[in-house]
Design a protein around this ligand. Structure first.
Ligand SMILES: [Zn+2]
Length: 82
């Protein structure tokens, strides 16, 4: 039980850092329905933000932080520009 602890702690620290970064970012409400029920989705190393209410999804990015940024950008800019 002590051989793999280093790896676990490294992994946990990385996850905690990412978790903290994600939570420090403001998630803007859905530009279409105004819902704040958003969730982070990921598949095969690609991340995007999804509105749980109207199923609008943000632009897919390779990084969750970028995905949230893209979602927020979509909110403030004309959707056609994204
Ligand atoms: Zn929505």
């Amino acid at each position: 039980m002590d051989g793999e602890e280093t790896w676990d702690m490294k992994e946990a620290a990385a996850q905690a850092a990412e978790y903290e970064a994600v939570n420090s970012i403001v998630w803007l409400e859905c530009p279409f329905c105004g819902s704040e029920e958003l969730s982070q989705q990921s598949m095969g190393g690609i991340f995007w933000i999804n509105c749980d209410k109207c199923s609008t999804s943000g632009p897919p990015k390779f990084d969750v932080i970028e995905a949230i940024g893209a979602w927020n950008k979509r909110h403030s800019n004309d959707p056609d520009e994204a």
